[in-house]
Design a protein around this ligand. Structure first.
Ligand SMILES: Nc1nc2c(c(=O)[nH]1)N[C@H]1C(S)=C(S)[C@@H](COP(=O)(O)OP(=O)(O)OC[C@H]3O[C@@H](n4cnc5c(N)ncnc54)[C@H](O)[C@@H]3O)O[C@H]1N2
Ligand code: MOO
Length: 527
């Protein structure tokens, strides 16, 4: 593919598809509106230059904004620069915030206890611990009410997990088979070629007599008393219908180019363990081994509840209303994570409707979006209190997405509360929903891996950051437009980089969270 460094002729080139250069040009360019350009009067102070040192945002933190989204300072205003001028990507809030946090740290027993710098959001769980809690909540649910395996036809089993080992129902191959097109021969040559031929799928051929040969096709059953198969290109027939090996002294090794019955497996052999993810290759193996249906772990059922009165399901934003980005995004993503999305409902900011939806849901997991914070119409916490739910995770030390939550709402049933900001919802999806659903679906945990960063990424002072990146060679390139409300970065990303508190230097190996479509492939993930 060509690297598109400029926008010249881009329309014509679009047909070739985006390459990484173009993706970076689109997402990491330096154009775009700045809030300062649209604010009346003198520009607001840049990030890190707030002379007033205004202290904390309500939860003792600040939003990590992205380039071109500016970032929010403590008082909630967007900073005009929206960047810290160092890595050119994003700013976690400006230096004055760090100082303020550090000042608090002196009296903060939690900070000291954890050996970390600064105060915590009360009750918030560290990011790795939140993922572990989600996985162990699912393990406990499976222990207390193990889901009975389902019997699924092969064409419905892609992406499920085998509930039982796959045991061969037949020998493979199930008969001695020719591996090549040519002749089945008996004894040393030359051979008399019989009139009839042997094609794949046909049976009932006479045994070969010594000195006889018969035309045979790849995959055909070998006639009895065959010594070997001579490939078409290794033999020639003379005018009298006699077959000669070419060259004449070619050795005919007994058994050559014959796949003996049971070469791959014997009936009853264990081919795959329980817990194997059903991939296209597994479907092929299962079919070859005689299966019409597979016994699999059922997909956990998920009801999605999209909260928010401000959401439109079509058309352009108007009058303070915005398009619902999560309704279209979450169902296929949840399915890619192993779920069966049983319903998606938009229920506004209505406490009663939320209560009814949660209490009447028969799903294993309810995923809500929005309403996790403490605003006047954030009904999630009060609803969870009202139904006596057990909050397993109530806030996570991660940006974006820190108000995310996980609650046990009944025997083996959970609720994942995703924040309303769209990238924050993605963060919640990968932090809480992914380990929960993966474990409920009995999928294996992905092997953690890291890749060095191409550029520095500024960290949050105390929290983990999840930052969209593209992979370029053996490096991860951080993407701009990574603010909590933005999907522009993640839409072109290959993965999310897990940036530790304090940030990461160029070349520093950083854990990556794969996105389902870059790992499993469309077929596995989305069908
Ligand atoms: N006083 C505080 N306010 C906020 C805090 C905080 O700690 N203290 N945290 C901020 C952070 S961080 C996040 S994230 C959000 C979480 O808010 P909620 O989960 O309660 O979500 P909402 O308030 O309903 O929405 C937030 C934002 O996202 C937009 N949104 C909601 N749903 C959708 C959707 N389906 N598609 C597109 N956009 C959506 C919504 O319009 C808001 O703009 O709270 C902060 N506030
Ligand atoms: O920063 Mo919030 O954590 O937008 O999700």
């Amino acid at each position: 593919m060509t690297a598109h460094g400029t926008s010249t002729g881009r329309d014509a080139e679009d047909a070739e598809g985006l390459d990484v250069e173009e993706v970076l040009a689109l997402v990491n360019d330096d154009r775009g509106p700045r809030l300062a350009d649209r604010l009346p009067g003198p520009a607001a102070p840049a990030a890190g230059a707030d002379p007033a040192g205004r202290g904390h945002a309500p939860r003792g933190d600040h939003e990590t904004g992205g380039d071109h989204g500016g970032h929010r300072t403590d008082d909630g205003h967007e900073s005009p620069g929206g960047r810290d001028g160092r890595d050119g990507h994003e700013s976690p809030g400006g230096r004055e915030n760090h100082d303020a946090h550090d000042a608090h740290h002196a009296q903060d027993p939690h900070g000291a206890h954890r050996g970390r710098r600064g105060p915590r959001t009360h009750g918030a769980t560290p990011w790795p611990g939140a993922r572990e809690i989600a996985a162990s909540a699912a393990r406990a649910a499976v222990r207390s009410s193990p889901p009975p395996p389902v019997s699924v036809p092969l064409d419905g089993a892609l992406g499920l997990t085998l509930a039982e080992p796959l045991t061969a129902l037949t020998d493979l191959p199930s008969f001695d088979t020719s591996a090549m097109d040519g002749w089945a021969v008996a004894g040393p040559g030359p051979w008399d070629v019989r009139e009839d031929g042997v094609l794949a799928g046909h049976t009932g051929h006479r045994p070969l007599g010594d000195g006889e040969a018969v035309r045979i096709a790849t995959g055909a059953r070998i006639p009895e008393d065959t010594t070997a198969v001579l490939r078409t290109e290794h033999g020639r027939t003379d005018g009298r219908g006699r077959l000669h090996a070419v060259p004449r002294d070619r050795a005919i090794v007994p058994g050559q180019d014959i796949r003996p019955r049971g070469q791959e497996c014997r009936s009853g052999d264990r081919l795959l363990p329980a817990g194997t993810l059903v991939t296209p290759a597994v479907l092929g193996l299962a079919a070859a081994a005689g299966y019409d249906r597979l016994r699999a772990v059922p997909r956990p059922r998920v009801d999605v509840l999209v909260l928010g009165d401000e959401l439109l399901t079509e058309g352009l934003p108007h009058d303070g209303l915005i398009r619902d980005a999560l309704g279209p995004m979450l169902p296929p993503w949840l399915r890619a994570l192993g779920a069966d999305v049983t319903s998606v409902r938009r229920i506004g900011d209505d406490a009663e409707a939320l209560h009814t939806a949660v209490t009447t849901s028969a799903a294993d997991v309810v995923v809500t979006t929005g309403g996790t914070a403490a605003g006047p119409v954030d009904h999630l916490h009060p609803t969870l209190r009202r139904i006596g739910a057990e909050l397993l995770v109530d806030g996570v030390e991660v940006r974006p997405g820190h108000p995310m939550l996980l609650a046990r709402i009944g025997e083996g049933r959970h609720l994942v509360g995703l924040p309303g900001n769209p990238l924050a919802a993605v963060s919640g999806l990968l932090t809480l929903a992914e380990p929960l659903l993966r474990t409920l679906a009995a999928r294996p945990a992905p092997e953690p891996y890291g890749v060095p960063l191409q550029e520095p990424v500024q960290g949050h002072p105390y929290d983990t950051r999840l930052v969209p990146v593209v992979l370029r060679g053996d490096r991860a390139v951080p993407l701009h437009y990574n603010g909590p409300a933005m999907l522009r970065g993640i839409a072109v990303a290959d993965a999310l980089a897990v940036v530790p508190p304090g940030g990461a230097r160029p070349g520093e190996e950083t854990e990556l969270l794969d996105l389902p479509w870059t790992t499993g492939g469309i077929g596995v993930c989305f069908t």
